[in-house]
Write a protein that binds this ligand. Structure first.
Ligand code: ADP
Ligand code: MG
Length: 607
């Protein structure tokens, strides 16, 4: 028998679509707080948000006579006409969140606007109004949702362990706190304050307060068309993408397009792992499709190539500077406190939150219902919540907490790298060239530098039409195996493009009478041998293959422990400075690293 569902059943079904998990309820509530112009938002959860969610803000509040209306489906103050739909500036507008959350929980709301003397407190169970009374309250709104899905057991079953649900909520608030760095966020889990941000509007300050591991990262600001943010220097990578936060029009997203733009920007300077990046990308809403994976973070760009180019250009501008030269690894551990006299206590404790969160990702289903590990208390604040929903003194709470997390700004050291300013100071182990410029020492690896120079010259040679081999005094021959001799000789053309004068000499032999101008005979010979060998193993013959072959062969052309004269060192530096990418060898290892006076002083415990 077909019948129309009564409105409570219908509401519960609809609610399940909007509110799938505790984190979706938290997201809706926090977005409402942001829309309400809050400058401070407190999120408190218990039992992964299944038992208890509280979101308190100091936003505009709801006038008492409208408070009940807010819980009706499609009740919103954010749009009223169809044309408004095209000009949405708020995060919410469908008017469904409060209706949905209240339909599946026991909900209490206390709210007061600045111009009403008293606030109002509403209690709803399963969407039905239980009580409504006037009450004293701060300006702003507190919503408490308890016993989520208590009346929809099927939905309750779909929830994961408390720890997992908590982790999803904490991650969301961390991300929002980075994006809305001008709002003070405070996160309380099972009675313990996990973090607070200052709300100063300084993105880096928020990032450091939320992700302690970023303290060890040299984050370089970037800015370009439709993109700004911070990226790590190429010497610092992580083994996963956890250090990458991408926001598109304010929403945290994952996107292989953004990842590509980022990596391209490093121009081969990443040796292994993933760089850290916090990127804010603005796109015309018409140029993105957020709906390809409903509920997922994946985003689709309609102008992919533009996005990649804009990101990679701005990243490359930022990392091809002095700030982008990797700092000596020994001192990297000591980098964080550059501007602080001592390590603050909360660093280590916050690190354990991070560990707690990353452990969660490894936890298995057998641990589904295990208790979450206790999280160390960072700040001793009074997070007592009045379960009866009386007065919420946001001010007292926030001031006490937020004054503690003050942190100094890091200076942004962005200037183009000046090879001309380098002065030769030494040469050690027949390998490392020591240069100085103002307050930094730079240590160049002659082999990495050589590889980079050769690699770029070979690529240039391959791509250009002019090839003038340098005659050698004594021609040398290259013997190859029969199969190589009889196989296709694509590599022979490559060699000529590189600047070799090479010919078939019969009897499985080739003769070389001229070599590329920028190599000595020994280097040219070992490059040639290695290239032929590599080329005969490699199938196909396109740019990528040749690129790979050159990379491999350059390595063998560079002799280990080859002592350079001062003249040769200067020549090497000049050639390196002219490279497109002087910062890393073709394999992504740095060609030089930096040791600042500060790093040295720290090593001597002078600072
Ligand atoms: P929407 O956000 O889509 O408008 P909601 O159900 O989330 O719908 O909220 C309904 C209305 O209640 C909002 O339009 C807003 O006027 C009011 N409201 C909800 N939360 C808050 C808050 N924290 N502060 C002020 N007003 C709020
Ligand atoms: Mg909303």
């Amino acid at each position: 028998m077909i019948k129309v569902l009564d409105s409570f059943v219908a509401d519960k079904i609809a609610a399940g679509e909007v509110i799938e998990r505790p984190v979706s309820a938290v997201k809706e509530l926090v977005e409402n707080s942001i829309d309400a112009g809050a400058s401070s938002i407190i999120v408190e959860i218990r039992g992964g948000g299944k038992n208890y969610i509280r979101v308190t803000d100091d936003g505009c509040g709801i006038p008492p006579e409208e408070a009940e209306t807010a819980f009706l489906r499609h009740a919103t103050s954010k749009i009223s006409t169809v044309t408004d739909l095209d000009n949405i500036t708020s995060l919410g507008f469908r008017g469904e969140a409060l209706a949905s959350i209240s339909a599946v929980s026991r909900l209490t709301m206390v709210t007061r606007t600045a111009d009403s003397a008293m606030g109002i407190k509403l209690v709803l169970h399963g969407g039905r109004l239980v009580s409504s009374e006037r009450t004293g309250s701060n300006t702003g709104t507190t919503v408490i949702a308890e016993d989520l899905f208590y009346n929809t057991p099927a939905r309750r079953k779909f929830m994961k362990s408390d720890a997992r649900e908590a982790s999803a909520i904490i991650e969301l608030i961390q991300q929002l706190a980075v994006y809305y760095s001008d709002i003070r966020f405070m996160m309380i889990n099972n009675g313990q304050t996990l973090f607070t941000t200052s709300g100063s509007g300084d993105v880096l300050e928020a990032v450091h307060a939320l992700y302690p591991e970023f303290r060890n990262t040299n984050l370089i600001p970037i800015e370009g068309t439709g993109v700004y943010g911070f990226v790590s220097d190429p010497g610092y990578t992580r083994t996963n993408r956890k250090g990458q936060l991408f926001f598109v029009n304010g929403r945290i997203v994952s996107s292989s397009v953004i990842e590509k733009g980022l990596i391209d920007g490093y121009n081969g300077r990443i040796f292994s792992g993933y760089p850290c990046a916090i990127l804010f990308i603005d796109q015309d809403p018409g140029d993105i499709d957020v709906n390809i994976h409903p509920g997922k973070r994946e985003i689709k760009f309609l102008k992919q190539d533009d996005v990649i180019r804009n990101i990679s250009q701005s990243v490359s501008l930022a990392v091809n500077t002095d700030a982008g030269v990797p700092r000596s690894i020994l001192n990297r551990e000591e980098l964080p406190d550059q501007n602080k006299s001592e390590t603050p206590v909360e660093v280590t404790e916050q690190t354990s939150i991070r560990e707690f969160l990353s452990n969660l990702n490894n936890d298995t289903d057998s641990q589904e219902n295990s208790e979450p590990p206790t999280i160390p208390k960072i700040l001793n604040i009074n997070s007592e919540t009045d379960k009866k929903g009386n007065v919420y003194d946001i001010k007292a709470e926030t001031e006490e907490v937020f004054s503690v997390a003050e942190e100094k700004k890091e200076p942004y050291a962005v200037k183009p790298f000046e090879f001309e300013e380098l002065k030769l100071k030494g040469y050690v182990f027949d390998t490392y060239i020591i240069m100085q410029s103002k307050d930094s020492l730079y240590i160049f690896d002659q082999h990495a530098a050589h590889e980079r120079i050769f690699y770029e010259r070979f690529m240039q040679g391959y791509n250009s039409t002019e090839h003038v081999p340098q005659p050698v005094l004594t021609a040398f021959t290259l013997n190859v195996s029969a199969d190589v001799y009889c196989a296709e000789r694509d590599w022979l053309d490559d060699m000529r493009n590189f600047g070799y004068d090479i010919e078939d000499f019969g009897e499985k032999t080739f003769i070389v009478r001229g070599i590329p101008a920028y190599m000595n005979a020994e280097e040219a010979e070992s490059f040639a041998r290695s290239y032929i060998e590599a080329a005969s193993e490699e199938r196909g013959h396109n740019r990528t293959v040749i690129d790979k072959l050159i990379m491999r062969s350059c390595k063998s052309a560079v002799k280990a422990r080859d002592k350079l004269s001062e003249l040769e060192i200067n020549e090497l530096m000049r050639s390196l400075s002219k490279c497109d990418n002087p910062y890393s060898c073709p394999h992504g290892r740095p060609t030089f690293i930096k040791l600042t006076e500060y790093d040295i002083e720290r090593s001597f415990r002078r600072k």
